[in-house]
Design a binder for this molecule. Structure first.
Ligand code: PLP
Length: 388
């Protein structure tokens, strides 16, 4: 603490030193960006059009559909973002749904779990062993009992395992949290099939809440042709909520996320806060308007065609990447329509250089739009050189 304090004290008023420090950091980031392979971040965005807003405090205070007295806000653009995402996720009548732009995919998951608990009373949460850690964390914060369900080797929920857990809890209310693109293996739970398990066991819609965590692939799969129906991230399956991250496939310069929920679930928790002139329907009171601008700028510029292009090229490149490793006899897992290439963990040097995410003896690379053929070739070359 003292070292930091001394540095700060030393820099007070020393603008030259501060500028130098910031420039150094800027150059470090520029260098790290070109080798980045491990996290599902679309780094190919242009922040220029939104940089003019850096001088404003943009706060979407309160409910996106109500707004507040604070006038430097972009709730209108937030509703456009949410409408866009609702169309992509097959919300038949947008009036029946509510959505917001939040701090991250994690906030979306946490808020969905809260709405589910308020809807169901004393439910049990079922999620897979490959679900993101934010789900058990949300359960812990909310004191919801959580049970895990096994996956198969691809990382998707194993239907028999799910049936067993649901059967054992058939008299309870159930929150089922499914994943569209698991963090480590990029697997897609079969949404239609998992819901049919609830139906078969007799956990009817009044006693269940189904959330889909689509942090990465809920912004990939809707743009893929010929997708198996069951894994499509779609409200047509009869799900209650779905979330995605803004800084993953959409591509924003700050972490953020989008959550869409059936409006009835939000009505239940809405209470009016007159000081805000708004409804208290969000976890955060003050909410990041810059993130809304960043997402809106991406969605409106790229359009559906832009995301279709991303999905197609990234899936193709991921296939090529996996093929190149397999040709060198490397055991690879790449799920269908997924961007996540899983392989045995290389040396610490390569893990650090390419910023790979690791789990046990495995590591993964995620082929995002900025991961071009050059970067893949360079990595495959470095990786296979270590094998010989
Ligand atoms: C990244 C991720 C999250 C968390 O999203 P953040 O925006 O980083 O909070 C949740 N679920 C899955 C499957 C993820 O991959």
């Amino acid at each position: 603490m003292n070292a930091t304090y001394d540095t700060v004290a030393h820099n007070v008023g020393n603008h030259g030193a501060i500028d130098e420090k910031l420039l150094g950091l800027h150059n470090t980031f520029a260098g790290r960006r070109v080798n980045h392979l491990g996290y599902p971040y679309n780094l190919e965005f242009d922040a220029e059009p939104i940089s003019q807003f850096a001088k404003f405090l943009i706060n979407n205070l309160g409910d996106p559909y109500v707004g507040s007295h604070y006038a430097t806000e972009v709730c209108g653009l937030e509703r456009e973002v949410v409408d866009w995402v609702m169309r992509v996720w097959d919300c038949a009548d947008p009036e029946e749904y509510w959505g917001s732009v939040g701090a991250s995919g994690t906030e979306g998951n946490l808020w969905a779990m809260y709405l589910a608990r308020e809807t169901l009373g004393n439910p049990v949460l079922i999620h897979s062993t490959e679900a993101h850690y934010s789900l058990p964390k949300a359960a812990k914060i909310l004191r919801i009992e959580a049970l895990t369900c096994e996956t198969d080797h691809t990382g998707a929920i194993c239907p028999d395992a799910l049936r067993e857990v649901v059967q054992a809890n058939r008299h309870r209310c159930v929150i089922l949290a499914l994943t569209c693109g698991t963090t480590m293996k990029g697997a897609h739970d079969d949404i239609a099939f998992c819901i049919s398990v609830l139906d078969q066991v007799g956990v009817d819609p009044s006693r269940r809440f189904v959330h889909v965590d689509g942090a990465l692939n809920a912004m990939v799969l809707p743009f893929v042709d010929g997708l198996p129906r069951g894994i499509r991230p779609s409200f047509r399956h009869g799900i209650d909520s779905m979330s995605t991250s803004g800084h993953k496939m959409i591509g924003t310069p700050m972490p953020c996320g989008v959550l869409v929920v059936r409006r009835e679930h939000v009505r239940r928790v809405a209470s009016t806060v007159s000081y805000l002139r708004s409804d208290d329907t969000t976890l955060m009171g003050s909410r990041n308007g810059h993130a809304v601008l960043a997402i809106w700028n991406r969605l409106t510029r790229l359009g559906i065609a832009g995301f279709r292009h991303f999905a197609r090229t990234c899936i193709e490149r991921a296939d090529g990447f996996a093929g190149a490793l397999r040709s060198a006899n490397v055991p690879v897992l790449l799920n269908p329509c997924s961007l996540t290439v899983v392989f045995p963990k290389p040396s610490e040097r390569l893990v650090n250089e390419y910023q790979l995410a690791c789990h046990g003896n495995s590591a993964h690379a995620i082929v995002m739009p900025n991961v071009n053929a050059d970067l893949i070739d360079r990595f495959v070359g470095d990786y296979t050189a270590e094998l010989s």
